[in-house]
Design a protein around this ligand. Sequence first.
Ligand SMILES: Nc1nc2c(ncn2[C@@H]2O[C@H](COP(=O)(O)OP(=O)(O)O)[C@@H](O)[C@H]2O)c(=O)[nH]1
Ligand SMILES: [Mg+2]
Length: 365
Amino acid sequence: MKARIILVGGFLGAGKTSLLFEAASKLTKNGKRVGLITNDQAPELVDTTFLEYTKGVIREVSGSCFCCNYEGFTDAIFHLMKEQQADIIFAEPVGSCTDLSATILQPLKKHFGKDFAIAPLTVLVDPKRLSDILDGVKSGLHPSAVYIIRKQIEEADIIAISKTDLLTSHEVEELKMRAAKEWPNSMVLAISSKTGEGMDKWLNEVTSRADAGSKLAEVDYDIYAEGEAVLGWLNATLELKGDSIDWDRFAGNLLNTLSRRFDDSNSVVGHVKLIIQAGDNFVIGNLTGNNESISIRRSAGIANEAKMTLNARVQMEPENLEKIVLEEVSNVCGTNIISEILALRCLSPGRPKPTHHYDYVVEMQ
Ligand SMILES: Nc1nc2c(ncn2[C@@H]2O[C@H](COP(=O)(O)OP(=O)(O)O)[C@@H](O)[C@H]2O)c(=O)[nH]1
Ligand SMILES: [Mg+2]
């Protein structure tokens, strides 16, 4: 059996990592050898740390997105296939990335169509963002960032509405119908990683179909570059030490104060996530919009020492983002917790320069 590569795209906070976590855990339990490829502009990724808990095998491609580091991406695929014997490889591109059909799927089909199977491109969309887009409502996101989301959906083989546990079944059906009307050439599915609803149907599609990259979106790279450049990007890892600290509470307090600071400066949050590991335990915290969007899952318990990885993508200058994050870490640590920065990268993504760009759909033999 050929290995299979499954790409799951979608904007920051859409639910990609949560879906991959559940899918990888499920397939691993069923005896599959699962590989996972994470991706970011810089190392120190919360997603990589989190996905390590699935028992899958992980490869992180950092320093550039998949499309601009196609070699790095294909090296990761071959490593997982050959060295780790992975049967199924999930890959999560950077949330602000689009044009994956032209820059990743077509070249993969052309170069490696005989080496591994390539699943249809799934693009996850948060239901609130999707209905805002369909209603033409400005959610505070820069118009060029909204452009990126539209292009992501446009090129999808499968549009997957995420977090359906937050909607009534009537709302889910209505949203599915509206999406199907707007993008009639794509399959529209609805999934909740939280309840597992829709998961088997989606897994069935991506593990059996081979029509990857059936369409191309026409992407204006000036607008795309602007949509990415408006985001400040921060990845940091810190060592934290104190005396019997409640790390779940610490995670909640930090996300709360950060959220307030971003709201005060009218800076729209793409995604702020953190993972705190204390011994064998971990807590993962997310902020995907305003203060109400804070979610804290799992528990790191009470311990003296912990390691925190924090990733923030916020619509503001990177220097300002770094200043706010460091100030609030220091405030929440107070006099009880000593923090030491182990790694810190802060940037604004440069103009995307894909390794390959196909202007036609490669047919699979
Ligand atoms: N209610 C609910 N929340 C979800 C679901 N999937 C993801 N989330 C939340 O959405 C936020 C972003 O999730 P994540 O998987 O990191 O998104 P990514 O940036 O697309 O990888 C987190 O707070 C998750 O807990 C879901 O099915 N239901
Ligand atoms: Mg993710």
